[in-house]
Design a protein around this ligand. Sequence first.
Ligand code: SAM
Length: 329
Amino acid sequence: MLVDSFGRVATDLRVSLTDRCNLRCTYCMPPEGLDWLPKPELLTDDEVVRLVRIAVTELGIREVRLTGGEPLLRRGLPGIVSRITALEPRPEVSITTNGIGLARTAQALRDAGLDRVNVSLDTLDAATFKRLAHRDRLADVLDGLAAAARDGLTPVKVNAVLMRGINDHEAPDLLAYCLEKGYELRFIEQMPLDAQHGWTREGMVTADEILELLSARFTLTPDDPRERGSAPAERFLVDGGPARVGVIASVTRPFCADCDRVRLTADGQVRNCLFAREESDLRKLLRSGEPDERIAEAWRSAVRIKRAGHGIDDPSFLQPARPMSAIGG
Ligand code: SAM
């Protein structure tokens, strides 16, 4: 198992399949994009599947989330999904995506065994989408969401990041839309993980503010806290339920004590936290012919030294060198 020195057990693996993205969300990366990882540095499909196999069969991983960058840009995605879902014990497999291209690929991904999707949607207004993501693709995202629901990639979860003065006024509209469509909406507090280092605490729309914005139109009742487990989202029943809305308050209400996640970057580095400053190089071990046991041991060591918390509130906090798109969100 992957256990850290505080007794937390990692069972949820986030795998970044690429650092590339076809959007340029301002809280994530600059309009001109970033210097992408050179192809030889990326894990091949076989290498990804081997590492996930080790994680699932040797290290107790039960859930695998494929992310990026934008995972739908990875050509081998359906093949990777079908090979991971064929593992024993079979992990739950989902993707986090911006939804562009999902209308075309949802059925193939479902056929490959994908269980469900998280789709990012920050606005319902095409002009705001363009301002926020620097691309005119709102219709593609909405089509992708509809296809995911149609093809059974459910429950469809929607992630939204609010930015002050840009889309924060849309919080109730986003919730109304998701309720109407049967999607489960979760608002994520903006975290200091943008490549431009433009995050400020004052600029971040906090969980308290999000709940206040929603309360103008909906009655929110906290869900039974026992239901939450290690889930990052604090959930609320909307107008008495059964529909719920979640708030992932990584900054103002951190949930590090219950964290069960570990991350693998597209270039084969284990990160024991989104905000870790250290990484462990599994690609080097893979490519130097080390056996599974040696790789599993390196992975255990990487998790063992996980810090108690992300430390955003520490005066000594330093933003990680890699942005969210390169770590895998
Ligand atoms: N491209 C995919 C997508 O758009 O969902 C997957 C990668 S993206 C990095 C994963 C999630 O991280 C998205 O929901 C995105 O909104 C969120 N995200 C990116 N940068 C963030 C930040 N600085 N703070 C909070 N969430 C962020």
